[in-house]
Design a protein. Structure first.
Length: 124
């Protein structure tokens, strides 16, 4: 395909997109909610990509091979491994005290991946 044919094909595609855009505008002209959604959908988002480093936390409990394991023992072991993980992750929790609301509150947040590496190294 030569340059003239390619220009002609691109011009047809642009004209078709403009017609579709005009049709959509005529459909949503009476609805401000639809207009807002349409604008959000078509507005480009500027996204910044950064490298994240992840650290895996793992806890393990072994079941005795000579003992039968029932639901109670499994629930107890699940609770123990959960507590191990909570102990490791508690160093990465950020707390924020908000006193501007009607009733003061504390917000806790945690991120699995930490930009630029981990803050604290935890090992089991």
């Amino acid at each position: 395909m030569n340059a003239r044919q390619q220009k002609k094909r691109l011009k047809k595609q642009i004209d078709k997109l403009q017609l579709d855009n005009d049709l959509m505008r005529r459909i949503i002209v009476d609805s401000p909610t639809m207009q807002e959604l349409y604008d959000l959908y078509n507005k480009p988002l500027f996204v910044t990509h950064t490298a994240m480093q992840f650290q895996e936390y793992r806890s393990r409990r072994f079941l005795a091979p000579d003992r039968p394991y029932d639901a109670g023992i499994i629930a107890l072991l699940k609770q123990e491994v959960t507590e191990d993980l909570l102990d490791a992750l508690k160093y990465h929790i950020d707390y924020k005290l908000d006193t501007e609301c009607i009733s003061p509150n504390i917000t806790a947040s945690i991120f699995v991946g930490i930009k630029g590496g981990t803050r604290n190294e935890c090992a089991f």
